[in-house]
Ligand binder design. Structure first.
Ligand code: G3P
Length: 217
């Protein structure tokens, strides 16, 4: 399973990239706005840190303008993935960009039929938002299970990129379902490393080691 980090905070991205666990980055207009940076500069900086796919979202609603925005974003770096919304114009843009070999991430997916449309449009990634479904009393992971099953049925190459992950249990559930990618906030990625028994065990080992008075180097 690939791990993407869902943030536009460059310091967080650099810090987590150094762990070797970051396979890509996703941003959205809200995260970009929060960064306070010029969007094109921000994407260039992220692409310089992470060689994997970096999602940069168009903000137009119509196909023609989406294509123009995508042309600007694509020029920033080879690993820019154009993020489009799951709308008729977004999928039209997805099909056009995918046909010319550009990676596309279709975002704001909330149903399996929407995911089916994105796969038919040649998307590299589909982003179902599990946390936002949980927020309204639906089980976001049911959607991931449905999409994985449908994509397997037809051998679609579109990767299931589980988005709106809020906590480590979402990561675990997505991994058990075989989702290709999870994009998560930095805090969730950091939480995956932690277990109280690891900390407790390490302390006990090192306390015993200290008693020997030895050192390895
Ligand atoms: O980037 C899209 C998605 O991951 C946003 O998550 O927590 O705002 O629903 P959230």
């Amino acid at each position: 399973m690939k791990f993407f980090v869902d943030t536009a905070d460059l310091n967080e991205i650099k810090d987590l990239a150094a762990t070797g666990m970051v396979d890509g980055v996703t941003t959205n207009p809200s995260l970009a706005a929060k960064s306070g940076k010029k969007f094109l500069d921000l994407i260039a900086e992220i692409c310089a840190v992470v060689p994997g796919p970096v999602s940069a979202e168009v903000t137009a609603l119509d196909h023609a303008t989406m294509m123009k925005e995508a042309a600007v974003l694509k020029k920033i770096a080879k690993n820019v993935t154009i993020k489009v919304p799951l709308t008729p114009d977004g999928l039209k843009t997805c099909k056009a960009l995918s046909s010319e070999g550009t990676m596309v991430n279709v975002t704001l997916c909330f149903s399996a039929n929407q995911a089916l449309l994105a796969a038919k449009a040649g998307a590299s990634f589909i982003s179902p938002f599990v946390g936002r479904l949980d927020d309204i009393g639906q089980d976001g992971m049911d959607l991931i299970a449905d999409i994985c099953q449908i994509y397997n049925n037809y051998d679609f190459k579109t990767e299931v990129l589980v988005a709106s992950i809020r906590h480590p249990v979402h990561v675990l559930q997505a991994a058990k379902l075989g989702a290709h990618v999870g994009t998560m906030p930095p805090s969730t990625l950091r939480a995956l490393f932690n277990h109280p028994l690891t900390e407790k065990g390490l302390k006990a080992f090192l306390d015993d080691w200290a008693k020997t008075g030895q050192s390895i180097i």
